[in-house]
Design a protein around this ligand. Structure first.
Ligand code: SAM
Length: 325
């Protein structure tokens, strides 16, 4: 945790009154986002990670775990809605849902807006995150912990999916980045555990970082998905506080139709679900989110072996099937 402390000092020199907190996630790329702190609301070295919650004058409440931004009140709706409504409307009649991580309960709150959901289980490794969320994010935790369908389990998500006899229509992995306790959630063993727990025709979605800076995260996940599921790809959304442009969310299922529904089909399901209020997700955004910019499509294709036009053209020029002489 030394790193974070060091980065705060220099900022203090600039304006002694205000503390600056740095996101150190991209130190290996040689840059940092630093945030001027209005007030530190909560700071703790937990059994699993360093947790700091602070007030920022533009982003509002911001949560950082181990120097990585997790959530900002200003734009959390984008991530929470896309991680929840895309898999659930793609599935269409999900009753049993599992969230891995997600201790702030923002995704749980969105999932419970779906009347089809009969039981929602959240497996979070760090009880301190739940405790602080109850205190500082009551707008999420209030309705969630009051909902009889909700079950909170404190456990390592990787252990849980390896041993549970429950089966789920949708598994949503709202994890930290592949550092600290979250690292294990980006491995094929964990994905295989999720596959074991998914009902036939079920869906798995994972937060997969921002491909422009974290391309290996997506490539690795797509490769293990390819080995485990009949259909694998990702969808995207731009979340301002997650610097780097598009964020990728991995999407895997044995049912190839799930990520190919029409806008009309998704709109019908949304109406049937009561058309609850959203601020980012719409049936059109849902379908469009699977259209990937070329550099992301190449990453996904390379990982799951589908040839892109580039390789096809190269193959044509060389008169070989694989484009490799
Ligand atoms: N939206 C955020 C993001 O994309 O970075 C993630 C938010 S959520 C707070 C991440 C949660 O994953 C944290 O509460 C963390 O404690 C939890 N977590 C990390 N590793 C875990 C594991 N192995 N099992 C279960 N939960 C885990």
């Amino acid at each position: 945790m030394q790193t974070v402390t060091k980065s705060i000092k220099p900022a203090e020199k600039e304006s002694p009154q205000k503390r600056w907190i740095a996101e150190t996630l991209f130190d290996d790329l040689g840059f940092r986002m630093i945030f001027e702190v209005e007030k530190v609301l909560y700071e703790l070295q937990t059994e699993h990670q360093h947790l700091v919650l602070f007030e920022h004058r533009f982003f509002g409440k911001m949560l950082m775990l181990d120097g990585a931004t997790q959530i900002s009140k200003k734009d959390e709706f984008i991530y929470q809605e896309m991680m929840s409504h895309v898999p659930l409307f793609a599935h269409g009649k999900a009753e049993d849902v599992l969230i891995i991580g997600g201790g702030d309960c923002g995704i749980a709150e969105e999932v419970l807006k779906h009347r089809s959901v009969k039981r929602l289980t959240q497996v979070e490794i760090d009880p301190a995150v739940i405790a602080f969320a109850k205190e500082h994010f009551p707008e999420f935790t209030g309705s969630v912990f009051a909902d009889k369908r909700f079950e909170s389990v404190i456990d390592d998500g990787a252990k849980y999916v390896a041993k549970t006899d429950r089966r789920f229509d949708a598994i949503i992995v709202d994890s930290t980045d592949p550092i600290g306790p979250g690292k294990i959630l980006f491995g094929e063993k964990f994905h295989a555990g999720c596959k074991r727990c998914v009902k036939p025709g079920g869906v798995l979605v994972t937060q997969n970082g921002v491909p422009f800076f974290q391309k290996d995260e997506l490539a690795k996940t797509m490769t293990s998905y390819r080995r485990l599921f009949g259909d694998a790809s990702c969808y995207i959304a731009a979340i301002p506080v997650y610097v780097g442009g598009h964020m990728a969310m991995g999407f895997a299922s044995d049912d190839k139709r799930l990520r190919r529904h029409s806008v009309e089909t998704i709109a019908q399901r949304y109406r049937r679900a009561g058309g609850f209020k959203t601020r980012y997700w719409t049936p059109e955004v849902h379908v469009a989110a699977f259209a990937q910019p070329r550099f992301i499509a190449d990453l996904v294709a390379k990982a799951d072996g589908t040839k892109t036009d580039k390789t096809k053209n190269r193959a044509k020029r060389r008169g070989t099937s694989s484009g490799v002489a």
